[in-house]
Design a binder for this molecule. Sequence first.
Ligand code: CFM
Length: 544
Amino acid sequence: MATKNKLVQWTPTEVKEELLKKYPPKVARKRAASILINEALSNTTPEIQANVRTIPGIITMRGCTYAGCKGVIMGPTRDIVNIVHGPIGCSFYAWLTRRNQTDAGETGENYMTYAFSTDMQDSDIIFGGEKKLKAAIQEAYDLFHPKGICVFATCPVGLIGDDIHAVSREMKEKLGDCNVFAFSCEGYKGVSQSAGHHIANNQVFKHLVGTSDAGTTGEYTINLLGEYNIGGDGFEIDRILKLCGITNNATFSGNSTYNQFASAHKADLSCVMCHRSINYVADMLETKYGIPWIKVNFIGAEATAKSLRKIGQYFGDKALIDRIEAVIAAEMPAVKEALDDIKPRTEGKTAMLFVGGSRAHHYMELFGEMGMKTVSTGYEFGHRDDYEGRHVIPNLKVDADSRNIEEIEVEADPKLYSPRKSADEMKALEDGGFEFKDYKGLIPDMDKGTLIIDDLNQYEAEKLVEIIKPDIFCAGIKEKYSIQKLGIPLKQLHSYDYGGPYAGFKGAVNFYKEIDRLVNSKVWSYMKAPWQENPELSATYVWE
Ligand code: CFM
């Protein structure tokens, strides 16, 4: 069993060498730049290679640009009809698999359960699919009369050159009371999902944000950016915000509505959960409307308390601050009780986290609360700023792939721009240590000697697990079974398997219990693959 090998002490340098050993020299050189041995004590954060193309032939964990745009950013919007222009597979595989939940609300408007697609066939590829797209938009409109219809390009659409933007413009005009716009988010457009986030951010900002004044009214109004309500996370965060008396004007984009996006300019503060996927919108909201943004994290009970206090400090109102403290005081006993129960069993155990662009960092908080150590982590598609902090942004190398994604010019809106706080008020907050517009990335939170690996692949994942034998590996469905065959439990941090919510206070309790169960179950290590039990296994062809 695994425990024996655990006694062999590998140095981080040896682990890195072992990961690279089998590669041809050129591939090894390229991968070496994406594998970083952390030196937490040095003054400058070490540099990591990120957001570059996966080397052909390597089985990456990444998804495509379409997944980032349709699946991640626009998918969780419940009352916009999202039509995928392409073969049916692209729509089918993006259909509820992310487990982003919705509540149809008072209007009952919720298209989440539908998979809208133009179902392109060979003949459409040859003769063009624009007519079919027009018909699909018309059909969706006739059936549902939604406020908005979004159109997403898949790879073949870009290759044959269907003009989805012209079709959308024409249909918007024709329909009159439905905002139709499109996304050139062909799967190959960028090196990962990340390009799709950027494309989605741009289009939502251009076509939707600021078009309506129907925003939520209430005190202490915020936008929650980069929260997608996976497994009900957004519901738990909303519950807590409500208890505190904070008004959530718009969530980008878990359980969101058309009107939330349209009136996002009405909030007084943007709170950014997932920096990678939505920081562009946070920046644009600030430039155009004067809404400052802060980084928050509602993954982890302590992190939740810290984020709430940060919001309280921003508004600076004693009544709000007191109410936040009362909520924290009321919620924490249940958290502590759960922790007291599980911690004796989880303390000292180790975890590896390889998720898309934020969770590999955020979930370190929860593991930390359980006394567990994150020994290796990395993003599928994070950029250097998600690892090293936003201070590196001005120095990021612009390559052909990043140039491929449009950068939109945003200026202060002549009518709607209004600074939410005066320059003096902002400065007073900053002088007191309050950080606006900042994200320090995951590297500073990792211990010295831990391995931080960008765009980890199937081969390296298995090697890492064989060498380090963590008590749990967190990744996605593509990794799940190969890792469990190595005797290590895998918790999906994309879809949460069948669990969740894991955000906020109640979510933390759910997570403690789930991880306790996983790391203390021996079931995976008892399992033997047939070739391990009987290496002599032989086979013959049926005709022999
Ligand atoms: Fe942000 Fe996400 Fe993530 Fe992401 Fe994703 Fe996701 Fe993710 Mo899967 S928006 S970067 S593109 S936190 S779908 S809800 S879990 S890879 S770490």
